[in-house]
Design a protein around this ligand. Structure first.
Ligand SMILES: Cc1cc2nc3c(=O)[nH]c(=O)nc-3n(C[C@H](O)[C@H](O)[C@H](O)COP(=O)(O)OP(=O)(O)OC[C@H]3O[C@@H](n4cnc5c(N)ncnc54)[C@H](O)[C@@H]3O)c2cc1C
Length: 403
């Protein structure tokens, strides 16, 4: 994957704030002095580790070296739910995000990930269909692969069966029975299954399955769409995906043409219970993707003149903070959840599955999973409208820093 960080896409919409940096809290949060008061600023388009996380100190240190005590210019892009200013930050004229991206690459390398910074010429050589001319920082992960989404669950099922699991294909869960606040049975259209633990991994239907157990999940299914173009001369299947993080868009080769997916600014939440035929019944709309294409024709010039061959969509589950929902429901013992995929369920699934298996069977996760706890929001999103608004906002800022 190639990841481009630009500073120019949609910058015209932002107001500008200028103040001295009086505090650097972690790798993506600092405070600037405005009207004699310190205002926290969260850097957008980047997710640096927090203080207590691995590399958190190093990340804070690098932002401090770049910005502490200096004059920062902030392109004001709004406020987060804590009232912090969200924005792109330039310290003494240096784009802090680009510097942090460089740090992120160093951290990835330290974890053994095949990731490196590349210059524009190299990015162009790797993915000739893209034009990285406006990019301020570019990283490249050589070991990323493409997969057919359906192949992954099929492979997991095959592996589970080979280890002795029974797979009940074509079986619908219609109810969940509890005894004294503990899971007792799952009711299906093919009979009952007695069990001590249930894992709700029902994708867009996860909230509906949770309701059967009396559990409320803070997640909302949001329509995610992509288009596939007609074949384009020169585009080959081995070329990498190119993301432009500022524009919330990704493009990669598909069927001889290009596939473009984007996180539109006006997404819509869809209750899958309203879709009689399932996902195939979901209303699609090419217009938001056409608007995204207009924004990035500089980065993907070939998209200017190519026809769209297919429009597709699905229903990933979003959460208010952009982090997954993994863990046991506090109100029902034995009811476990793997949801809130935030459009990354395929990539996270091997690690998440392994961690959850250990957590359920031993009572302890292999590492700190508190960031994903189902009850981390308290009652902040009990109101469905508030929850939906927060999840939609998170979706349309998909490549920006999760809080
Ligand atoms: C266009 C698009 C592009 C994406 N790109 C990426 C990507 O590049 N990388 C990535 O990591 N992720 C990506 N995702 C997200 C990824 O597809 C999801 O995170 C992943 O599929 C979620 O898997 P899941 O098993 O949780 O849910 P699902 O795949 O939705 O599976 C849920 C299953 O539960 C079943 N079910 C529901 N209700 C019941 C019931 N009552 N009884 C029995 N079964 C039930 C459903 O039939 C379904 O089979 C993308 C999603 C979309 C839509």
């Amino acid at each position: 994957m190639i990841c481009l960080l630009l500073a120019c896409v949609d910058a015209v919409h932002a107001d500008e704030l200028v103040g001295k940096v009086v505090k650097v809290s972690d790798g993506d949060t600092l405070s600037i002095l405005l009207d004699s008061k310190a205002h926290p600023v969260r850097l957008t388009e980047i997710d640096a580790p927090e203080k207590e996380q691995a590399f958190g100190n190093r990340s804070r240190k690098s932002l401090a070296e770049l910005c502490a005590g200096k004059l920062a210019k902030v392109e004001d892009k709004g406020r987060d739910r804590y009232g912090r200013i969200l924005g792109r930050v330039y310290c003494d004229g240096i784009y802090a995000n680009a510097e942090q991206v460089r740090e992120e690459v160093a951290r990835g390398q330290a974890w053994g990930i095949d990731i490196e910074l590349v210059d524009q010429a190299e990015a162009k050589r790797l993915a000739p269909y893209a034009d990285p001319g406006r990019a301020l920082a570019i990283w490249w992960a050589a070991s990323d692969v493409y997969l057919e989404p359906g192949d992954l669950p099929r492979a997991y099922l095959k592996a589970a069966e080979s280890l002795g699991a029974t797979v009940e294909d074509g079986t619908t869960v219609v109810g969940i029975a509890k005894q004294a606040g503990t899971i007792e049975r799952v009711l299906t259209d093919h009979g009952e299954i007695r069990c001590k633990a249930v894992i709700d991994a029902a994708g867009a239907w996860a909230p509906a399955v949770a309701r059967m157990a009396g559990v409320r999940l803070p997640t909302v299914p949001v329509r995610h769409q992509l288009v596939i173009t007609e074949p384009i001369v020169g585009v080959t299947a081995d070329m990498p995906i190119v993301r432009v993080v500022d524009a919330n868009v990704y493009v990669r080769p598909e069927r001889g043409g290009l596939m473009l997916g984007g996180y539109e600014p006006d997404p819509i939440a869809i209750d899958p219970e309203t879709l009689r035929e399932g996902i195939s019944d979901m209303p699609l709309d090419v217009a938001p993707l056409e608007r995204i294409i207009e924004d990035v024709t500089t980065e993907y010039p070939v998209l200017r003149d190519v026809a769209i061959a297919e429009l597709r969509g699905g229903l990933p589950t979003m959460t208010p903070d952009g982090h997954h929902l993994f863990g046991e429901a506090t109100e029902v013992s034995g009811f476990w959840v793997m949801s809130g995929c935030v459009v990354a369920g395929l990539s996270i699934s091997p690690a998440a599955g392994e961690a959850m298996a250990q957590w359920i069977t031993t009572g302890q996760p292999p590492y700190d999973m508190s960031r994903f706890r189902l009850d981390r929001f308290g009652h902040a999103y009990d109101d469905p409208e508030v929850l939906t608004r927060a999840c939609l906002a998170r979706y349309s800022h998909h490549y920006e820093t999760p809080e």
